[in-house]
Ligand binder design. Structure first.
Ligand SMILES: Cc1ncc(COP(=O)(O)O)c(C=O)c1O
Length: 485
């Protein structure tokens, strides 16, 4: 049999790929430049969904053919978070130049899991920048992860193993009395997930009620801690919020830090987006006490506007950070010289070994724009939230459902005697379906709220004016329909 010709995935013609690459880049940049002209969101039609459920092609469509499929099936149906009027959940926008950084990341395609190469040094520099911007000491440890959820998981793994050194060898079930964690009822569900994944059991995450401003009630926390100790539980960690997902509430982080010192508890702060308020001189006092935490989780793909995905966790005690993750393996042996050794070893600081070079886009964007620009953008979003809250406050048919300490506004359309939950659900869906804006919904004190979370560098004040105008217009129409119907 004649030998099979050897193949590669490199192009047969680099010139053809170059021409395609230029076309693709032009098309994508045009798409970004003209975002405003398109609806924020539109549903994926049935025929497209069907096309996206087909089996893998046996033979390829070629470069142009595959790209055409992308243009037809993917490009028209994004989530919308790049659009100036996307304010749902807590999503970041990305930036055009960071997309180029992503291209460089993919071209290098380096495995940033360690080794003697530039990537770990770049990432360590990014982490050092984060420490200094958020008030953590230079001696702290840190790692870039996929996002806030994994950042919380890594931090709580360190907290768990610091509370009971036997866990690493004997597992969680061996100790006397359940390790117990404490967080406000407004805490993000990634903390529940982490607690469950770590084998701690969600019953052992005590959800402490909040006060009227959605901040953890310290008196209740003190009482429950005392009761739990008396009942033979082992309190190990308090989780504070620097910006809750629902309303942006910031727990009394200084008081929580004091309590944790007094009671020898690990103090973790979930600052997924709110931690970044520390970039701004004027907003920093709101979250300054996060610098006293044992660990701090935050996202750079939220309020640093970086493309997905990149989050970070900082841990004050480097040994505690490594404890859950560091293992010995002959195939990962470090030699004295050559490609393997490096003193920043992400594989020992989190669950991932092979990993993307996430730090490059952060590094390039910070070099391009400088910290001051990000600080101004964070302030801009906070000012926009205050502006929106003002519009809502002054409008007879709108109601604010929570204080606005940061960048989140929770509101609803209001008509005396109407079923406000049903009306506001409908308003939210119509605002999204008409492509006007994408806020999200939540429930506060039993009331359905339309929730606007501004982590968007493209939003301008006029977008908020339009949003309010449309909510009122749709609210009136829905109320009239419900009266008639
Ligand atoms: C307060 C808070 N914590 C954690 C997370 C989870 O972050 P990620 O979605 O990046 O995993 C979020 C996400 O919105 C959040 O708002």
């Amino acid at each position: 049999m004649p030998p099979r010709p050897e193949e590669t995935l490199d192009p047969a013609s680099w010139e053809e790929l170059r021409a395609h690459g230029h076309r693709v880049l032009d098309e994508l940049l045009d798409w970004l430049r003209t975002l405003r002209e398109r609806p924020v969101w539109q549903p994926v039609p049935e025929d497209v969904r069907q096309a996206l459920a087909q089996p893998a092609p046996r033979e390829g469509l070629g470069l142009a053919g595959a790209w055409e499929e992308f243009e037809r099936l993917v490009l028209p149906y994004p989530w919308g978070n790049v659009h100036p009027r996307f304010w749902g959940w807590v999503n970041g926008t990305g930036t055009p130049s960071a997309a180029l950084a992503e291209l460089a990341t993919a071209v290098l395609n380096t495995n940033a899991g360690g080794g003697h190469q530039a990537a770990p040094y770049v990432e360590r520099q990014v982490i050092d920048w984060c420490k200094s911007l958020l008030g953590f000491p230079p001696t702290a440890s840190g790692v870039l992860v996929t996002g806030g959820s994994v950042a919380n998981l890594v931090a709580l793994a360190a907290a768990r193993d610091a509370a009971d050194r036997e866990i690493v060898s004997r597992g969680v079930s061996a100790g006397q009395g359940p390790l117990t964690l404490y967080a406000s009822s407004e805490t993000h569900n990634s903390v529940d997930k982490a607690v469950r994944l770590l084998g701690l059991g969600h019953e052992n995450l005590r959800k402490i009620p909040v006060t009227a401003d959605f901040r953890l009630d310290l008196e209740v926390l003190r009482r429950i801690l005392a009761e739990d100790r008396a009942a033979g539980r082992r309190p190990c960690c308090v989780i504070g919020n620097a910006g809750t997902v629902n309303t942006g509430a910031i727990d009394d982080l200084a008081a929580l830090a004091d309590l944790c010192v007094e009671q020898k508890l690990w103090f973790h702060v979930d600052g997924a987006f709110g931690a970044l308020a520390a970039l701004s001189d004027t907003l920093r006092p709101l979250v300054a006490a996060q610098a006293r935490a044992d660990s701090l989780a935050f996202d750079l793909h939220k309020w640093m506007y970086l493309p997905y995905d990149v989050g970070c966790v900082l841990v004050r005690d480097p040994e505690a950070h490594r404890r859950p993750f560091a293992t010995q393996a002959s195939y990962l042996a470090r030699l004295e010289r050559g490609a393997a050794p490096n003193d920043h070893d992400p594989g020992s600081l989190g669950p991932e070994l092979s990993r993307e070079f996430r730090g490059l886009k952060v590094w390039l964007l910070l070099k391009e724009h400088g910290v001051a620009k990000f600080a101004r953008l964070v302030e801009q979003n906070v000012d926009q939230a205050k502006y929106l809250a003002g519009l809502v406050h002054r409008h007879r048919e709108l109601e604010l459902l929570a204080p606005v300490p940061l960048n989140i506004v929770c509101l609803r359309y209001h008509q005396e005697g109407a079923d406000l939950d049903a009306i506001n659900r409908e308003v939210l869906m119509r605002v999204q379906e008409r492509g006007i804006a994408v806020p999200s919904g939540t429930i506060l004190n039993g009331k359905f709220a339309i929730r606007v979370a501004i982590t968007n560098h493209r939003t301008v004040t006029a977008d908020l004016d339009l949003f309010v105008e449309k909510v009122v217009e749709i609210g009136r129409a829905v109320s009239a329909e419900s009266v008639r119907g």
